[in-house]
Design a protein around this ligand. Structure first.
Ligand SMILES: C[S@@+](CC[C@H](N)C(=O)[O-])C[C@H]1O[C@@H](n2cnc3c(N)ncnc32)[C@H](O)[C@@H]1O
Length: 243
């Protein structure tokens, strides 16, 4: 069952304070790498899965996308997306990715930023997205990296030499994890890198590019707090094409 933690008042308040929530795409350090996976958007029909505050929907239109549909399960996220969008070519719909139904061949790009690790039945969703894309259409997404989602109790520890270490356990045990992120009991669904990629291949996508994202040296210099993220990749970025 979908948790919809973003509609929890305390969680939403904390999430709204994150840099990426305040500054949008430019406040997300992985954005340049994710943007590099995107196809040309001019005239394209775009779907944003787990659109949140709608930052990507608005950016896609600035790049010339013909129309954008943002879907999200959270009323609170959608309310803010609607309040900050004045564009009749962007529509926001409340929908649960676990049960999403999309018209066949109606999009050229399906995009998702940091939302698919909340989905339990990824096979079903990827099949649905495949059907909704025109032939040659693209699927581009980021998720929390599987080395990040694997541990039963995610968190840094210190090695004997004082270095920050991210312990990995339970990597091959795929399934839900109840974690503390902004609040207690946030459910994320762990799957391996192979599971993500094989799901795409099985559902009729060709993998175009995979990035295990970590900050660049320049990003660490300008934001030293990012340094730890070079110890293990926090995000997995994938670009794929519908066959
Ligand atoms: C980390 S936020 C990312 C928001 C936006 N994509 C971004 O990068 O700024 C994850 C979003 O996924 C949405 N979400 C989580 N589970 C969902 C589901 N089952 N169906 C639709 N949206 C979901 C949440 O409500 C939230 O808005």
């Amino acid at each position: 069952m979908t948790q919809n933690i973003y509609d929890d008042g305390m969680f939403f308040a904390e999430y709204s304070r994150l840099r990426r929530s305040v500054e949008g795409l430019d406040g997300a350090p992985e954005w340049p790498a994710l943007r590099a996976l995107l196809p040309e958007l001019h005239g394209r029909r775009v779907l944003d899965l787990g659109c949140g505050f709608g930052w990507f929907c608005r950016w896609a239109r600035q790049q010339g996308a013909a129309r954008v549909l943002g879907i999200d399960v959270s009323e609170r996220m959608l309310a803010q997306a609607r309040a900050t969008t004045q564009d009749p070519a962007i529509a926001y719909t409340r929908a649960d990715m676990e049960a999403l139904e999309l018209p066949a061949g109606s999009f050229d790009l399906a995009f998702s930023s940091l939302a698919l690790h909340y989905v339990q039945d990824l096979d079903r969703l990827v099949r649905e997205v495949h059907g909704s894309l025109a032939p040659g259409g693209s699927l581009v997404f980021s998720v929390e990296h599987p080395v990040f989602t694997a541990p039963a109790k995610p968190g840094w520890s210190r090695g004997a030499d004082g270095r920050a270490t991210w312990p990995i356990d339970s990597y091959l045990d795929q399934g839900p994890r109840s974690t503390v992120w902004l609040t207690k009991g946030v459910i994320k669904h762990h799957r391996t890198v192979a599971a993500y990629l094989n799901t795409l291949i099985k559902c009729g996508f060709a993998i175009a590019q995979v990035e295990e994202w970590g900050p660049t040296e320049e990003q660490v210099q300008s934001q030293p707090a990012l340094a730890a993220e070079r110890q293990r990749p926090p995000f997995l970025l994938v670009g794929a094409k519908r066959l």
